[in-house]
Design a protein around this ligand. Structure first.
Ligand code: NDP
Length: 304
């Protein structure tokens, strides 16, 4: 069975995805998931080829197995193509038979926002009012929708983007305000969703109680956050080993990851209250498997 992006869109909702991702992150931190490090190849290292990455992400959990292949080409923007594209294959664990192959672009978009929504729910106070977003692309949009599900009280939404017109456009579409980077960074919750390779967010702009949800800079030499952000915060990740291996913000600032979000959600690890926290997301195959399984189950129940 091949499912297109339109098929995936018809089945996947944040209402279903966010609780499923929460459970998946708890299962991951309880060692119930078999997931090796992703394999990441540089695609753009030959003459005449664009700058890009090609990653392969296998995982086994519960009654299924999955593998996602995903590409990230920052320059695709100028070609009118998506910067991230992916395919997910889902297999039955008991027999190895393929259950479905599906387009993974929307899955990547939605599961990433769902992970951040779980982090916001688990790590953010119930009284957070302001959200500053750095970036105005696909992830900025998906996060706005997912965050609304867990913190509907986030009404003061401030958007900064490298290209000011993009921030203005997203702000106009969503009832937010386009602001300076300093104003966005002073919010209760600060979301970084850019393709920047060097730090854009400075620690001196943050409130002492800020929750920073850092989604971009997925690569060992890429950064969105400066050393002050990292060194003055309690650091949470989906997986300690993955963040310490794959996040330039973690590696290059020299900090250690203090906790996994799944362990905090399960109550087996505590996160501090009223202190600055950084949730550094790098993305995991279990998140793609979880979304793909929901799509497949929903599709299978319709054909009965
Ligand atoms: P898009 O291509 O849709 O948007 C990219 C955004 O980054 C735009 O707002 C752009 O600003 C901004 N940007 C690009 N270069 C720079 C720069 N040098 N400095 C500041 N801003 C810059 O990408 P997505 O929204 O899909 O992805 C955003 C980030 O999230 C990427 O780094 C991506 O790799 C990462 N990601 C992480 C995942 C995870 O699991 N953690 C999963 C998926 C994506 P403008 O257009 O205004 O110029």
């Amino acid at each position: 069975m091949f499912l297109t992006e339109a098929d995936v869109r018809a089945e996947l909702t944040y209402e279903g995805l966010i609780p499923a991702i929460r459970q998946a992150l708890m299962d991951y931190s309880a060692a119930l998931v078999e997931q090796p490090a992703r394999m990441m190849l540089r695609a753009g290292n030959a003459e005449g080829h664009n700058n890009g990455w090609f990653a392969v992400m296998p995982v086994i959990a519960g009654d299924v197995m999955a593998v996602k292949t995903v590409t990230f080409y920052p320059g695709n923007d100028e070609l009118g193509l998506h910067t991230h594209m992916a395919i997910v294959e889902l297999l039955r664990r008991s027999t190895g038979e393929p259950l479905a192959v599906m387009d993974g672009r929307l899955i990547t978009e939605m599961r990433t926002a769902a992970v951040s929504a779980v982090a916001l729910d688990v790590l953010g106070g119930t009284d957070v009012r302001s959200l500053g977003i750095l970036g105005s692309g696909v992830q900025a949009r998906s996060h706005l929708r997912a965050f609304g599900m867990v913190r509907p009280g986030l009404k003061d939404i401030r958007i900064w983007s490298r290209t000011a017109d993009n921030a203005k456009r997203l702000a106009a579409e969503t009832g937010a305000r386009a602001v300076t980077i300093e104003e966005a960074a002073a919010a209760d919750v600060v979301l970084t969703v850019t393709s920047a390779g060097t730090p854009i967010l400075q620690g001196r702009w943050l409130a002492p109680h800020a929750l920073v949800i850092a989604v971009g800079a997925t690569g060992a030499t890429m950064r969105e956050l400066d050393d002050e952000v990292m060194r003055t915060s309690f650091i949470v990740a989906e997986c300690k080993a993955a963040a310490e291996r794959e996040s330039g913000d973690v590696r290059m600032s020299g900090v250690k990851v203090d906790a996994e979000v799944g362990a905090v959600a399960a109550g087996s690890t505590a996160a501090p209250q009223g202190r600055r926290i950084v949730f550094k997301s790098v993305g995991m195959a279990i998140e793609d498997l979880t979304a793909a399984r929901l799509v497949w189950q929903s599709r299978a129940s319709e054909s009965k």
